[in-house]
Design a protein around this ligand. Structure first.
Ligand code: PLP
Length: 368
């Protein structure tokens, strides 16, 4: 089937997606915690039909994302923004089930316009789990969420819930659990007075061997102890391992090492990896042939990684980058005018659909 589709393309496999989705539904059934998809990680709405059967709605970082969730996903639409403007609030009023504010000042500024909606406040508990300072919500001078319990207490009559997003790629259940206990103690007075608590995203609970039952028990206990509806906001956990970026080798050059150049770019098509200085994973047998695999943009550091492969790479070889769903399509860009990967979906019934091809006109229309 891959032969018919021209590279480069992102290939989303619904069956792999389903594996994650079943776990999310299981968590819902066992713990009562609802899950809303974090659109900033993954917004490829052509597979929302499948995802929405297993999740409770979406959460967003901007009005456009919220609108997308409302139109294409349905169910609950949660809105969050680090800072809303007047127009955002006007538009969000009609589509949001919940609006979560990042600060007390924003809550007070817009309260009268949205008080008929369920409102929430983001809290910065001052603790977090993240491998990267760049993504650490509790980093020094963080602007993400309100810290002072007193300040939160002073607007408690205006909100029905709170959000704690304090994890990033956390696959360590114990650390999540310990931090949740600390949060419970620190914000007990707040938690006793509200209806719902979102625990944010960044938890790898769909990963193989994650202690799912313990996780459920923890969420259920928390929910019962404080009498709150718990929400999770998974992004990466929803789509992990469900997508590949399929590319073709266009040239192999040598500068001390062998360098295979593919018809895609890490800068343009998997930007998150470059930002965090991590390598792309590839689906290929390991062996003794060493290659740097690089992108075709003119950026000197447009490098996907270094690999030891069983097979030699030559012009025309296929290279499949694994785990290409999260923070890829939402961040892709037209740098260098490099051909944009198509978006291809392998449906549950095995049919392969090319859902989007990008042409010169898309490049043209992106600027003026
Ligand atoms: C980024 C983010 C998420 C999703 O994070 P993942 O790591 O993709 O699970 C959820 N909620 C908030 C507030 C976020 O900023």
């Amino acid at each position: 089937m891959d032969k018919k589709v021209k590279t480069p393309y992102y290939l989303i496999d619904e069956e792999k997606l389903l594996k994650n989705l079943k776990k999310i539904k299981y968590v819902r059934e066992c713990s009562g915690a609802k899950s809303v998809l974090a659109l900033k990680c993954f917004s490829t709405w052509s597979v929302f039909g499948l995802i929405s059967k297993y999740m409770d709605g979406t959460t967003s970082s901007s009005f456009y994302e919220a609108k997308l969730g409302y139109e294409k996903f349905g169910k609950e639409t949660h809105a969050f923004s680090v800072a809303y403007c007047e127009d955002d609030i006007k538009s969000l009023k009609n589509i949001s089930d919940k609006i979560i504010f990042n600060s007390v000042s924003q809550l007070k500024m817009f309260y009268n316009k949205v008080k008929h909606i369920k409102l929430g406040l983001r809290i910065n508990p001052g603790i977090s789990y993240s491998h990267f300072d760049l993504a650490d919500p509790a980093r020094r001078y963080s602007r993400l969420g309100v810290i002072s319990e007193e300040r939160i207490m002073s607007v408690l009559d205006k909100i029905s819930g709170v959000m704690f997003h304090y994890n990033c790629e956390n696959d360590d259940f114990k650390s999540f659990s310990d931090m949740l206990d600390k949060i419970g103690l620190k914000y007990e007075k707040v938690l006793n007075k509200i209806e719902w608590v979102s625990l944010g995203g960044g938890l790898c609970f769909t990963k193989d061997k994650y202690p799912l039952n313990e996780f459920c028990k923890k969420l259920k206990n928390f929910s019962e102890k404080y009498n709150v509806q718990v929400y999770l906001e998974p992004g990466e956990a929803v789509i992990t391992k469900s997508c590949e970026l399929v590319t073709t080798v266009l040239d192999v050059v040598k500068n001390v090492k062998d360098i295979a150049i593919v018809d895609a770019s890490i800068e343009a098509h998997m930007l998150d990896l470059l930002v965090y200085r991590t390598s792309a994973k590839i689906d290929a047998k390991k062996g003794n042939n060493e290659y740097i695999i690089a992108g075709r943009s003119c950026l000197a550091g447009d490098i996907f990684g270094e690999y030891k492969l069983a097979n030699k790479l030559k012009v025309g070889s296929t290279v499949r980058f694994a785990d290409a769903a999260g923070y890829t399509m939402v961040k892709k860009n037209w740098f260098n005018g490099v051909k944009m990967p198509s978006i291809v979906v392998k449906r549950l019934d095995g049919k392969v659909e090319i859902i989007k091809k990008f042409l010169y006109n898309d490049f043209l229309g992106n600027l003026s």
